[in-house]
Write a protein that binds this ligand. Sequence first.
Ligand SMILES: [Zn+2]
Length: 82
Amino acid sequence: MNDFAGKPNAGMLHLLAAEPTLLPAAPLDADGETIEARRNENHTCLRCGKPATTALIADLDEHGKRWLDLCYDDFNLAREAN
Ligand SMILES: [Zn+2]
């Protein structure tokens, strides 16, 4: 399973129902290690508030790169929405 890194589509943003500007900024040079570290920081899922097991990086153009912390279920939903 690869981590998603790139531009989210409209479906994904709708699914997350998040304001891009409220999402935490991700480092521009984030790599696999950065994502792994983020995943181990015990964030909560953006959608449901359960412990996040996955960290994605969305490239939101004018808003820069932002973290999307998701639990396993919502990660799968986001993947399917793509
Ligand atoms: Zn969730």
